[in-house]
Design a protein around this ligand. Structure first.
Ligand code: UGB
Length: 615
C-alpha cells in the first residue's frame, strides 16, 4: 500500500483520486486524456493529501474549458495547428506584397471633414461604444486600473469619466441611449466595477452598460500543446489578448442583442486614448459615406514604434487582404518585399503604411456573420520562443493570442475594409509608458505616450478646436517636464456637453483670444462672443442641461488661476503624492480660477463686467 504522503504516478494517481471528480470533471478529464494531456493528473498525491489543491485545479480546468468556444480540447487542437506552423517557421505573409490600403485622409479640417462629421453624428445614434480595458498597463506600471487615471489633472477627469461624458452628451443630443460595453479581465474587473459603483455609473443608466470579463487561457509547455503546469495541480494561465472582445460579444449574445436594439456600428476604443472622440464621429461618417464594413482610424506612423501598420496585402490568385501588420512583423515583411532597408522613414519622415491605433469602426451586419462563423475566435496566433534548433521545446510557456484589429482576416465575402487618417494628436495620444521610457522615446523624437503627453495633447485638441472656430490662440513655449515636452498653455478643456463636433464649436465660439499658460473650461451650452483669457488666468463656465449661457466681451487676465507646478524630486519619490501625479511629474492647482456656474435652466448672458442676467 502506498503511504498517504507519497506521489502516485501516471493515471494510477488519477484513478486513485477519482472520487474527487464530479461527472463534469470526469467528462472533461476523458477529453483531455484523449488529447494526450495525462500529465495534468499524473503528479497527484494520494487521496487525502492536498485534496483542496486538486479541487481548485479541477475548478480551474472547468472554468478554462467553459470560457473558450470548443472548450479546452478545442484550444489544444487550435494550438497544435498553430504551433506546427510556427515550428516550420512558415511566414503568414508569404507571397504577399504590401500596398497602400483604401485611405480617406481627414488630417485637415476641410469640407470633407465637416460632411463626414455630420454623417457620423447622425449614425452615432445607432452605435455602441466598446472599450477594451482588460490590460494591466505593464509598460506604464500604474497600480490601479487605467480607466481610473485622470486624462487631465486640471479637474481630474478620469478616462472612464471622459468616455462616459461623451456617451451622456451624445445620448442627450441624439435622443437615443448609446450603449457602452467594457471588457475587463481578472486584473481589472473588480476595479472597474468599483469605480462605476463609486461614481453612480458616471451618469449612465445601469442597463446602458455591459461588462464582459475576459478570462486567461492555459499556457502551452511544448510543441505538442501540453498544457503547462507551475506545480502539480497548478495550471499556468496567461492573457489571451484584446481580440477576446469579439469572442465575448459573441458568446454572451451581446452583439446580437445590440443589433436587435438597432445598433448598426460598433466603435472600439482603447482604455487610455483621450483623443478618440475627437475623430470618432467623422470616422463613423466615413464608414457611412464609403460603405466601409471595417474602418481603421489611423495615423502617420513613426518607423519602429509599437503601433501596427495597416496594409493591403496583394498576392496573385488570392483576394486582397487589408489588415494590420503588427509592429513586430512589419519590418521583416517590408524587407522581404517593397523596402529592402526595412521600416525606415519615407520622404515625410513617416513609415510607409498608416499606423493602426486600435480605434475601429465595425459595421454590425458583417460582424455578426463573422462572429457566427468563427464563434468569435479571431485569427489566433502563437509566438513561441523555441529553446533550440529542434524547435520542439520552448524557453518559456507560450499561449494562443488574439488581437481585435485582426477581424478582417476572416472577411471572405468581399467586405469593404478602409482606413481613415487623422492628424495624430487629434485622434490618438495614449497613456501607455512610464516617465523613464517616455523620456527615452521623446529623446528619439518618437511619441512619448505618457500620462503627461496624453494630457498635453488633450489640451492641444482643445486649442485646435478654438483655432478652427476663429479664436486667436497663442501658445506658451514648450518646456520639458521629466524629459517630456509639455506646452504649459493655453490649457483648453471643451466638455462633450459643450460640443461633440467641430461644427458645434464653430457655432458657439465667436472671435476672442486666449494666450499663455491660461486655462479655459467650457461645460454645457455655453457661447463665447469676443472673450479673452490671458496672463495665466483661468476661466471656467459651466451650465446645467437646459441652461444656455452667452458670454460677451469678457476679458479675464489676472490671477494665477489653475497653476501648473512641477513635482520636486522628494515629491516624485513620496507615496503621499498621488500616483496619478507622479506618473506625469506635475500637479495643477486651482489658485483662484474665475468660475461661472449656471445652475438654473433658461437663457443667460454674462457681460464684460462678469454680471449675469437673464437674456
Ligand atoms: N487589452 C485588453 O483588454 N485585454 C488584453 O488581454 C490586452 C489588452 P496594449 P498592444 O495603439 O498603441 C495595440 O497592450 O496590444 C486592452 C495594437 O495591437 O496597450 O501592445 C488594453 O487594456 C497596436 O497595433 O496595446 O498594441 C488596451 O486598452 C497599436 O494599435 C488595449 O487592449 C497599439 O495598441 C491595447 O493594449 C497602440
Amino acid at each position: 500500500m502506498p503511504t498517504t504522503t507519497s506521489s502516485a504516478s501516471g493515471l494510477e494517481a488519477f484513478s486513485a483520486n477519482e472520487r474527487l471528480l464530479s461527472p463534469e470533471d470526469k467528462a472533461l478529464a476523458e477529453c483531455l486524456i484523449a488529447e494526450n494531456q495525462h500529465h495534468l493528473y499524473s503528479g497527484w498525491k494520494n487521496p487525502g493529501v492536498d485534496d483542496d489543491k486538486k479541487l481548485a485545479f479541477l475548478k480551474c480546468l472547468r472554468s478554462a474549458d467553459q470560457s473558450y468556444p470548443g472548450g479546452l480540447p478545442g484550444y489544444i487542437k487550435n494550438a497544435r495547428v498553430l504551433l506546427a506552423a510556427a515550428a516550420t517557421g512558415s511566414n503568414p505573409y508569404e507571397g504577399y506584397t504590401p500596398e497602400q490600403p483604401d485611405i480617406v485622409d481627414l488630417s485637415g479640417f476641410g469640407a470633407d471633414y465637416a460632411a463626414a462629421e455630420e454623417a457620423g453624428l447622425a449614425a452615432f445614434a445607432h452605435t455602441a461604444v466598446v472599450i477594451v480595458a482588460g490590460g494591466l498597463g505593464e509598460r506604464l506600471g500604474y497600480n490601479g486600473i487605467k480607466l481610473d487615471i485622470p486624462v487631465e489633472v486640471t479637474q481630474d477627469t478620469t478616462y472612464l469619466a471622459h468616455y462616459a461624458s461623451v456617451i451622456r452628451a451624445a445620448s442627450h443630443k441624439l435622443g437615443r441611449r448609446i450603449p457602452l460595453v467594457i471588457m475587463t479581465s481578472m486584473d481589472t474587473n473588480a476595479g472597474t466595477l468599483a469605480t462605476l459603483a463609486a461614481n453612480n455609473n458616471f451618469g449612465l443608466e445601469a442597463d446602458q452598460i455591459t461588462i464582459l470579463r475576459q478570462e486567461l487561457v492555459p499556457a502551452l509547455a511544448d510543441i505538442d500543446a501540453h498544457l503547462a503546469l507551475e506545480n502539480p495541480c497548478e495550471l499556468i494561465m496567461k492573457p489571451h489578448g484584446h481580440g477576446d472582445i469579439h469572442m465575448l460579444l459573441h458568446s454572451t449574445g451581446t452583439a446580437k442583442k445590440l443589433a436587435q436594439d438597432g445598433v448598426r456600428y460598433l466603435l472600439f476604443v482603447q482604455d487610455t486614448n483621450g483623443q478618440a472622440f475627437n475623430a470618432a464621429l467623422a470616422a463613423i461618417g466615413v464608414s457611412e459615406q464609403r460603405g466601409f464594413d471595417f474602418n481603421s482610424i489611423a495615423v502617420n506612423r513613426v518607423p519602429g514604434e509599437a503601433v501596427g501598420g495597416v496594409t493591403t496585402l496583394v498576392k496573385p490568385g488570392s483576394p486582397n487582404l487589408t489588415i494590420n501588420v503588427e509592429y513586430n512583423q512589419l519590418d521583416p515583411l517590408l524587407r522581404a518585399t517593397v523596402s529592402p532597408e526595412g521600416d525606415v522613414p519615407n520622404e515625410r519622415g513617416f513609415s510607409r503604411f498608416p499606423g493602426n491605433i486600435n480605434l475601429l469602426v465595425i459595421r454590425m451586419e458583417p460582424y455578426l456573420r463573422v462572429l457566427e462563423s468563427s464563434q468569435g475566435i479571431i485569427a489566433e496566433f502563437v509566438n513561441p520562443k523555441f529553446a533550440d534548433a529542434s524547435r520542439t521545446s520552448f524557453k518559456k510557456p507560450a499561449r494562443l493570442e488574439t488581437m481585435m484589429q485582426d477581424l478582417p482576416k476572416l472577411f471572405t465575402s468581399g467586405e469593404k475594409v478602409g482606413v481613415t487618417i487623422f492628424d495624430r494628436a487629434w485622434c490618438f495620444s495614449a497613456c501607455k509608458n512610464n516617465l523613464t521610457e517616455a523620456a527615452d522615446k521623446a529623446a528619439k523624437n518618437g511619441p512619448p505616450e505618457s500620462a503627461s503627453s496624453a494630457e498635453n495633447d488633450y489640451y492641444l485638441a482643445g486649442r485646435m478646436k478654438l483655432r478652427f472656430a476663429g479664436m486667436a490662440v497663442t501658445d506658451e513655449p514648450e518646456i520639458p517636464i521629466c524629459g517630456i515636452p509639455f506646452t504649459p498653455g493655453p490649457r483648453v478643456i471643451l466638455r462633450p456637453s459643450f460640443a461633440l463636433t467641430l461644427a458645434e464649436v464653430n457655432e458657439r465660439i465667436k472671435g476672442g483670444t486666449i494666450s499663455g499658460a491660461s486655462t479655459l473650461v467650457l461645460d454645457g451650452d455655453v457661447r463665447l462672443e469676443n472673450v479673452s483669457v490671458s496672463g495665466g488666468a483661468s476661466l471656467v463656465i459651466s451650465a446645467v442641461p437646459g441652461a444656455r449661457v452667452t458670454v460677451k466681451n469678457l476679458n479675464v487676465s489676472s490671477g494665477p488661476g489653475y497653476l501648473l507646478e512641477q513635482l520636486s524630486a522628494d515629491e516624485m519619490a513620496s507615496a503621499d503624492v498621488p500616483e496619478y501625479l507622479r506618473i506625469r511629474g506635475y500637479r495643477i492647482t486651482d489658485r483662484g480660477a474665475k468660475k461661472f456656474v449656471v445652475g438654473e435652466e433658461g437663457r443667460w448672458e454674462i457681460d464684460a463686467g462678469g454680471v449675469r442676467r437673464a437674456g
